[in-house]
Ligand binder design. Sequence first.
Ligand code: FES
Length: 162
Amino acid sequence: MKVQELSVQTEVGHIGEILSEAQKKRGILIHALQQIQKEYNYLPREALEALAKKLDIPLVELYSTASFYKHFYFSPRGRNVLCVCMGTACHVRGAGKIVERLKEHFGIGEGETTPDMSLTLETVGCVGCCGLAPVLTINEEVVGEVGPGKLEEIIQAIKEHK
Ligand code: FES
């Protein structure tokens, strides 16, 4: 009985070593991706190629890992990121009209950035403030009860703070 337990512990110990190596590499990779995005506000291809080479990881594996996480971006983003909640409560209370007004005013579609890089327009599912619907976030700051008047103030503020 004791010999069997020892054997199991040895196997688990070995697997533990393998896992810790994989986890270590993954931890370094995620940290490096975060640092690159912090520097450039997205993940430029050249930076990813350099990182893949440095870590001796196939570029496709690096892309696969980065695309698993929603907070990594592969194209440049604006200095302001405006994200309209399209969850049910916000949808019912006019989120679609907010998106249309923003598209019309800034001349961009969802997921796009203005040519002067002042704004990226995005949409998202419920952000967890349904009682304040319709809701949007500006650079991750939540703004609720966005009626037509408040929306025009937001548009003006973005134009003034390019
Ligand atoms: S649906 Fe918009 S905050 Fe919940």
